[in-house]
Design a protein around this ligand. Structure first.
Ligand code: PGA
Length: 250
């Protein structure tokens, strides 16, 4: 039984007071919530306040990124070891914005995955093709390469790993994938995970991400190989985000 994970990726949004107000509202909405895992990914600056507000609740905390080196001369970077201090459970690894805007390659993404596991955190490895790659019939080739390299340093046990399938062209555009296409890709990812990890590959949760909103969430969350969503824009309002969480519970 795969417990769906619905994650709010705030990206570069919200000051600390705004983060506090959001999370106080979310905690009120959430109450007791068996059966669905909810995780919030604030900016680094809001992580300490978020950890304090979410302590003792069922809502998990995640970091949008983290550097694999534990410490050192990496001006501006924040390490996995540093976020692990803050009651963080998840780390996004290789979000397409990190790959595209910050030049991250598969090798670095793989090191982030490894570092997260080494610190007892669960990596969410983000994979997905661009529109050109999809049009050229190369979507699976790209996703397979991202899986292969991103997980190259993971042993036989996927150990808390989550995969987020996010077609790049669907992120922040308001144009979500067709649910059938998301299912087809999630199913190929599932087969790949089974080949790579055996039976425990069947337990790895695969999220869909890319323009998920309260109206389309149910279509994605009811797909057989999808167990959760990674939500950007529609997660910035706690009530809208909660409507997405609700879609999986009903
Ligand atoms: P979006 O972002 O929901 O705004 O498309 C998703 C993501 O980047 O994780």
């Amino acid at each position: 039984m795969r417990i769906p994970i619905i994650a709010a990726n705030w990206k570069m949004h919200k000051t600390v007071p705004e983060a506090r107000a959001y999370l106080e509202r979310l905690v009120k909405l959430a109450g007791r919530d068996p059966g669905v895992e909810v995780a919030v990914f604030p900016s680094f600056t809001a992580l300490p306040a978020a950890a304090e507000i979410l302590r003792g609740t069922s809502i998990a905390l995640g970091a949008q990124d983290a550097h694999p080196e534990p410490a050192g001369a990496y001006t501006g970077a924040v390490s996995v070891a540093q976020v692990a201090d803050l009651s963080v459970r998840y780390v996004l690894c290789g979000h397409s914005e990190r790959r595209k805007l910050f030049g991250e390659d598969d090798l670095l993404v793989g090191r982030k995955v490894r570092a997260a596991l080494d610190h007892g955190l669960a990596p969410i490895l983000c994979v997905g093709e661009t529109l050109d790659e999809r049009r050229a019939g190369r979507a699976w080739e790209v996703v397979e390469r991202q899986l292969d390299r991103g997980l190259s340093s993971v042993g036989d046990d996927p150990d808390g790993l989550v995969i987020a399938y996010e077609p790049v062209w669907a992120i922040g555009t308001g144009v979500a994938a067709q649910p059938a296409d998301a299912q087809e890709m999630a199913n190929r990812i599932r087969s790949w995970l089974r080949d790579r990890f055996g039976a425990s590959g069947g337990e790895v949760r695969i999220q869909y991400g890319g323009s998920v909103n309260p109206n389309n969430a149910r279509a994605f969350l009811s797909l057989p190989d999808v167990a959760g969503a990674l939500v950007g824009g529609a997660s910035l309002d706690p009530d809208a985000f909660w409507a997405i969480v609700h879609a999986v519970r009903t």
